[in-house]
Design a protein around this ligand. Structure first.
Ligand code: AMP
Ligand code: MG
Length: 273
């Protein structure tokens, strides 16, 4: 199949075990999509998502988990705002994983994550996730190497537990470059309405760019599986990022073929007085 006829889902998926070099992926890539028609395409994509979620929720059969990862300012929040807004809040949960609280820290690192996993019919969105436990934790030496290095297999086993018991997992890694991060930080600094998003610590994190990239690449290589694939989304352009995420989620939900269930009781001959 030529690149132009492949779906974004095929183009962006990380094949299990394949070595991803992020430097080889152009964060400005748009795979032939153009900005001019993107607003209309996104509207179509969001309408598809809304229709699929309506059936998913009615059917109460399939849990769906969407994971968003990416360096600071990669667009995780924006993806939730512009794509996940297609979903009826009833049947959809969003969890933003922060520095673990003392209570969370008292448990294993998957404890807080498992609690927020979706029930049947639900879509759970993770803004950051258990992957922080092999990313920020690794980059900052928060636990010894021999502890975090075992987590790739633990994460795969955890996700296998979820998928083999019916959950659909879709993982997005939003990929921007350093210049784009700089521009986004600058606009957070300059715009009084965005300042709340800026932390001085973000500048320290930015210095660790290469360490994050190395950690991200290991995650993509070791934790993209057929049942819980990673998608690398070129994310310098917000319009393409939104379009790509909407497309991948809708195609994946389409495969579940959610259907409105039959009436729970026999309704033949029922007359409403
Ligand atoms: P933000 O996404 O800007 O709200 O920031 C959340 C912060 O929490 C980020 O700096 C993450 O790196 C941090 N964080 C999330 N999960 C963990 C974790 N498991 N261990 C340490 N820091 C974490
Ligand atoms: Mg932040």
């Amino acid at each position: 199949m030529s690149a132009s006829t492949k779906s974004l889902r095929d183009l962006l998926r990380v094949k299990p075990g394949s070595k991803v070099r992020l430097a080889d992926i152009d964060p400005n890539e748009t795979h032939g999509r153009v900005k001019g028609s993107s607003a209309a395409e996104l509207r179509t994509g969001l309408a598809r998502l809304a229709a699929l979620q309506d059936r998913l929720w009615a059917e109460q059969e399939h849990p769906v988990l969407i994971i968003l990862q990416g360096i600071d300012a990669a667009g995780k929040d924006g993806s939730i705002k512009h794509v996940m807004s297609a979903f009826n809040p009833m049947g959809c949960t969003v969890t933003s994983f922060k520095v673990p609280t003392p209570i969370e820290r008292g448990h294993d690192y998957l404890w807080r994550v498992h609690q927020r996993a979706p029930a049947r019919g639900e879509i759970a969105i993770f803004n950051r996730s258990h992957y922080e436990d092999v990313l920020v934790v690794r980059v900052h030496d928060l636990v010894p190497r021999n502890v975090w290095s075992r987590r790739f297999e633990q994460i795969n086993a955890f996700e296998e537990l979820l998928t083999s018991t019916g959950t659909t997992i879709i993982k997005f890694f939003l990929w921007i470059d350093r210049d784009e991060q700089k521009a986004r930080f600058q606009s957070r600094l300059d715009d009084p309405d965005k300042r709340w998003k800026f932390r001085l610590g973000d500048l320290e994190e930015r210095k660790l760019w290469d360490s994050y990239v190395a950690a991200d690449e290991e995650v993509l290589r070791r934790c993209s599986t057929d049942a819980a694939p990673w998608y690398v989304i070129p994310a310098n352009r917000n319009w393409f990022r939104n379009l790509a995420i909407a497309n991948v989620v809708a195609d994946t939900m389409d495969d579940l073929n959610p259907r409105y269930p039959p009436a729970p009781e026999d309704l033949t001959g029922v007359v409403i007085e």
